[in-house]
Ligand binder design. Structure first.
Ligand code: SF4
Length: 644
């Protein structure tokens, strides 16, 4: 560990006006919130307790937790919500500390297994006639050359290969196809290397998906991914409930069945075990699976699966036949005279799929909501825990003594009750840091008081007019964020007829390409929904306005949201006040948080949904936002933007 970090220096000696950071950080400014947060994190480590801290943009929160984590002398897992933050920590913050603190920092960066190359699969494919066409042969050759020099095997290093490369899923190091210690490449395997580095590291940087994938299997004491640890720091902790819900639930899709059939065919042919009997069985399984998933409605979206009994009355035969085919596959594979390790993997996968399907169609556990989703070619059957609080309390908060939760958006009305109730922790030191930015001077919040209620048909046309006026005032340079795709498309169409700024629409190009175009095109305006509400960072005047159409309440007909509302209501809670409103407040804070990313940023926030003024709950929204100056006067908006 870095000697300077461990030494008797106080945190003020790092973060204070004459401290180490002041001497070596090019953009140093004294940030009282940063020092306060670092002291809180250090106390949490010393006293072995949990801490929840809301630290707005500009606090410098990553250094505020990295330094106390290093000084603790313990292995600390740092889990982030986005890949961007994971990369920033590993490639920017840690090298910076390494350079200026005296000594080595043992840190590593862990990703999901499908990001890494499986050496064995690469070797197995060599000289196989299964590679299709010149392009695939070329990709194979490039990956093979790279394999000889890469130290990590991380797909991200292959920057000159297109994304996605169809060949990659046949070469990646997924657990499903890995034979672990029985693999001849185990000692040289990139996954083994990643685990070794992690076991030697004091800081292990992961994302929430990997963290919860590990936590879910850790409970079974099988196949842990992360090394042993006693402390965790969750950055972007407002995303934890969503991600945890995915990993403590069950999901079976048509893709998973297709993959099982494809992997079985490949492995049998590779190992010289292909038999007519098995080939016929796999064909039947494929047909049976396709027929079964076709029974689900063609409409795209997420739907409750409340009518499972009626579904089974109708589709029982196809379902039973599918289970039987999976069972037959298990038996047929188990009866092979020669069984390389890969065959045991396939038997396990077929058996897991069969049991999970049974749970999804017949399970009666009231702690889960059963639902399905159709997205493109995919049909996903899911069981999601209605409440992850108890699971997290038992498996996380009561098991590990130091957990730090931080984000720019955790508190509602200055309190953490919502977070505590949803995530299941009871005791923690709680802090809401004073904002580092001068929001009153840097931002103006405009509320369209005169517009009709957003739930009336007149709203769309008036909203399009209002957005056009606001875009004229900000000379484009705006994000216009929506909660529904159809509303976004309709309003986009209308605004496009009124303004002459370059307009970009989500869905017309990949997300990163749209953002690049937005950054590079003067006066551009981006129309977008959910995925642009968070994690997007555009500094400077190119983004001068964020316009939001409505308060971002989750859609109450969504199966998971509906089940959560129902469960709270049955328990005597007020779901609207305790769940829907706080969740929407956090989402609104995230959306508005796109605007002010630096002390020099300045701009307009606008909300077209005037329930924020008219309804009683609106006050809680306003109290939870940073202290923006508020107006409903468009001429004040013009004046403010003209001054900028
Ligand atoms: S140990 Fe698993 S992931 Fe690694 S090379 Fe072998 S099969 Fe591939």
């Amino acid at each position: 560990m870095a000697e300077t970090a461990k030494s008797e220096m106080s945190l003020r000696d790092f973060f204070g006006p004459q401290g180490l950071l002041a001497r070596c950080h090019p953009q140093y400014e004294f940030r009282p919130g940063q020092l306060e947060m670092a002291e809180g994190v250090e106390r949490a480590f010393h006293e072995k307790r949990h801490l929840a801290v809301e630290a707005g943009t500009g606090t410098g929160k990553t250094l505020a937790y990295l330094i106390p984590a290093l000084r603790s002398g313990r292995r600390v897992i740092i889990s982030t919500g986005t890949k961007n933050l994971q990369e920033q920590l590993f490639f920017k913050d840690i090298p910076f500390l390494q350079k200026h603190l005296n000594g080595e920092i043992r840190a590593c960066y862990m990703k999901g297994r499908s990001n890494f190359l499986c050496r064995q699969k690469l070797y197995d494919l060599e000289n196989q006639p299964v590679l299709k066409g010149l392009e695939e042969l070329d990709h194979y050759a490039r990956i093979r050359d790279w394999e000889k020099q890469t130290e990590t095997g991380d797909r991200a290093e292959l920057t000159d290969l297109p994304e996605p490369v169809p060949l990659w899923p046949r070469l990646d190091a997924r657990r499903d196809t890995c034979t672990g210690q029985k693999c001849p490449q185990f000692e040289r395997c990139f996954i083994t290397g990643m685990h070794r580095r992690a076991a030697e590291s004091e800081l292990v940087i992961v994302n929430h998906h990997l963290f919860f994938a590990d936590l879910a299997v850790r409970a079974d004491d099988f196949a842990s991914i992360l090394p042993e640890y006693t402390a965790v720091i969750f950055d972007e902790a407002h995303e934890l409930e969503d991600v945890a819900s995915q990993y403590f639930g069950t999901r079976v899709s048509n893709y998973r069945l297709e993959e099982l059939v494809r992997d079985t065919e490949n492995i049998l042919s590779l190992k010289g075990l292909a038999e007519r009997r098995l080939a016929r069985l796999l064909r039947q399984l494929r047909t049976q699976a396709e027929g079964f998933f076709e029974l689900f409605p063609a409409e795209e979206g997420r739907f409750a699966f409340d009518n499972r009994e009626q579904f089974l009355e109708r589709a029982g035969e196809g379902y039973q036949a599918l289970l039987e085919k999976l069972r037959s596959l298990e038996v047929a594979l188990a009866s092979l005279r020669e069984k390389p390790e890969e065959i045991f993997n396939l038997i396990r996968r077929a058996s897991e799929l069969r049991q999970e399907l049974k749970f999804l169609l017949e399970g009666q556990d009231r702690a889960f909501v059963f639902w399905f989703e159709r997205r493109g070619r995919g049909v996903f059957l899911q069981a999601t825990p209605i409440n992850v609080a108890q699971i997290l309390r038992e498996r996380l908060f009561e098991r590990y003594d130091t957990i730090v939760l931080t984000s720019a958006t955790l508190a509602v009305g200055g309190r953490f009750d919502y977070l505590k109730q949803r995530l299941g922790f009871r005791t923690a030191e709680e802090k809401v840091l004073a904002p580092h930015f001068d929001y009153e001077r840097q931002a103006l919040l405009y509320i369209s008081e005169h517009l009709p209620d957003i739930r009336t048909p007149a709203f769309i046309a008036e909203a399009a007019d209002e957005i056009s006026r606001l875009l004229e005032a900000s000379r484009g340079r705006a994000f216009v964020l929506f909660t529904s795709i159809s509303q976004m498309q309709e309003i986009f169409r209308r605004v496009a007829q009124r303004v002459s700024f370059p307009l970009l629409l989500q869905g017309t190009a990949p997300r990163t390409a749209l953002l690049d175009r937005f950054r590079q095109t003067p006066s551009a305006v981006l129309f977008a929904t959910a995925s642009f509400w968070q994690g997007v960072d555009v500094q400077g005047p190119q983004l001068s306005s964020v316009i939001i159409d409505r308060l971002p309440f989750a859609v109450p007909t969504d199966p998971v949201v509906r089940a959560r509302i129902q469960a709270l209501t049955e328990d005597g809670h007020n779901a609207f006040a305790e769940y829907q409103t706080p969740e929407a407040i956090i989402a609104l804070k995230q959306g508005f948080g796109r605007l002010i990313r630096a002390r020099s940023d300045r701009g307009l926030l606008a909300i077209l949904d005037n329930r924020i003024l008219r309804k009683q709950y609106g006050r809680l929204f306003l109290e939870s936002l940073p202290p923006y100056r508020v107006t409903s006067d468009l001429s004040e908006v013009r004046r403010f933007l003209d001054e900028g």
